[in-house]
Write a protein that binds this ligand. Structure first.
Ligand SMILES: Cc1cc2nc3c(=O)[nH]c(=O)nc-3n(C[C@H](O)[C@H](O)[C@H](O)COP(=O)(O)OP(=O)(O)OC[C@H]3O[C@@H](n4cnc5c(N)ncnc54)[C@H](O)[C@@H]3O)c2cc1C
Length: 299
């Protein structure tokens, strides 16, 4: 299927892009890597009069350490994140999560910011942003707004962005102290969108959880922040009792019955436990699904 006819502009300055968007409002669509927008155009799920290609705007493709956060510019592609030394040391979950996204072809063109703005409830980055507590920086002719990831996702393919805004960067806070995280995804085959996914970022203090961030993929109308579950493990979550307490005490999540758990084909059994959000409790992970090679599946 061919897209409906549209005009195309490729500004080379941000102020020019903002002026075009102000002028055209809802009739214009920003394009970064085009990995989600172009399929939508071809299927005629989107039919803007104008596509504004931001791919030629300078200085939007950097990954920079700033005051307490890492700034990831709007043109930073998934592949740039995969190879970023800065992120590998300050936010390693980013580098782990990116390997779950699509395939190298998509990762070579698609961007983190485009993915977050696309707001697919089955998109992986949204959960990672919620777990980290990222900030999304949007610019328009009216100025700059800094939006928290929590609240940014408002429904399927719907965000808090206005039509005249361009996201210029996403800020990933660098968690202090002894911290780390993981992204786990269940997919039918390598490269698929998530059947279910979970991002968890923890900060430990003397073996106990000082704070936690949890984001869930493909269990609701948009990526969900498991706010209550984040509060519960604080202070009592020791390594020794981690498994039983995780399974029994996280509200909003319940342990799957043994006969509904899936294991990663070919992978050794792990001590991780399957969880399913209460909102998707009826469906659960599909049997036969397997994790990405090199990752443990949800078991
Ligand atoms: C075959 C295939 C498999 C995929 N598998 C996965 C997967 O497993 N997991 C996953 O999470 N994703 C997956 N994706 C989606 C993909 O990773 C992202 O959605 C894509 O990379 C979005 O980035 P982009 O730069 O291409 O955005 P675009 O397609 O250019 O734009 C997407 C949307 O964001 C808006 N937008 C883009 N940049 C900005 C900006 N700076 N400011 C404001 N609005 C903006 C656009 O207007 C559009 O609405 C897959 C895609 C394909 C084609």
């Amino acid at each position: 299927m061919f897209p409906a006819a549209f005009d195309y502009r490729a500004p080379t300055r941000l102020d020019e892009a903002l002026s075009i968007l102000k002028q055209h409002g809802d009739d214009a669509k920003v394009m970064a890597g085009g990995q989600s927008l172009i399929p939508l155009l071809k299927l005629r799920f989107a039919h803007p009069e104008l596509v504004v290609d931001i791919g030629r705007l300078p200085a939007l493709n950097a990954i920079k350490r700033d005051d307490g956060h890492v700034s990831i510019g709007a043109l930073t592609r998934h592949v740039d994140i995969e190879h970023s030394r800065e992120l590998a040391s300050s936010a390693p979950m980013m580098v782990e999560a990116v390997r779950w996204i699509a395939d190298p072809l998509v990762r070579n063109r698609g961007t983190l910011v485009g993915s977050v703005c696309h707001a697919d409830p089955a998109g992986d980055w949204g959960s990672v942003m919620l777990a980290f507590g990222a900030d999304i920086v949007a610019r328009s002719q009216a100025g700059e707004r800094v939006l928290q990831a929590d609240g940014f996702f408002q429904g399927p393919f719907t965000t808090a962005l206005r039509p005249d805004e361009v996201v210029t960067e996403i800020r990933i806070p660098v968690w202090k102290g002894h911290s780390g995280g993981a992204y786990l995804k269940l997919e039918r085959k390598v490269g698929d969108f998530a059947t279910v996914g979970v991002a968890v970022q923890l900060e430990l203090d003397a073996g106990k959880v000082a704070s936690a961030g949890i984001g869930l993929t493909a269990v609701g109308p948009h990526n969900l922040k498991a706010t209550e579950a984040e509060r519960r493990p604080s202070g009592f979550f020791t390594a020794r009792s981690r498994r039983t307490r995780a399974s029994s005490r996280l509200p909003g999540l319940r342990r799957l019955p043994r006969n509904r758990r899936t294991t990663c084909a070919g992978a050794p059994p792990t001590r991780r436990t399957s969880f399913v959000s209460s909102s998707s409790a009826g469906s659960g992970p599909r049997s036969g699904a397997r994790g990405r090679s090199g990752h443990e599946g949800l078991t």
